[in-house]
Design a protein around this ligand. Structure first.
Ligand code: HEM
Length: 83
């Protein structure tokens, strides 16, 4: 999972995952969203659905539509450990 290491440790390209879970994230369209399981699942499978404020549309993040529910759950569990 190079993407996970890169994104988390170096905060490269995308928003940091530290402190992400449970916060209100500002989106590019001016709205805000609560970062929960549903939002994270959608953002991983379809990054263009909601784009974080400060980033460009369309998202430079590749979609991961083929991750299983279990793989998504594992990523979310990991994000939750990053405070
Ligand atoms: C398995 C790999 C990845 C996972 C699980 C993942 C997960 C996520 C999540 C959950 C968000 C929403 C974050 C937030 O609300 O702050 C996000 C946003 C973002 N990610 Fe990733 N990401 C991955 C790979 C990548 C890669 C490889 C890139 C760069 C090429 C990238 C670039 C971005 C960018 C620019 C955003 C903000 C714009 C947007 O909302 O689409 N991500 N990512």
């Amino acid at each position: 999972m190079w993407a996970v290491t890169r994104r988390t440790v170096r905060r490269s390209r995308g928003p940091t995952w530290f402190g992400l879970f449970g916060k209100e994230e500002a989106l590019l369209d001016g709205s805000t969203v609560l970062v929960d399981e549903a939002y994270l699942t959608e953002s991983i499978r379809d990054p263009n659905a909601k784009i974080v404020s400060g980033f460009t549309s369309p998202s430079i993040m590749p979609p991961y539509p083929n991750l299983t529910d279990e793989e998504i759950a594992n990523i979310i569990a990991y994000i939750q450990t990053l405070k």
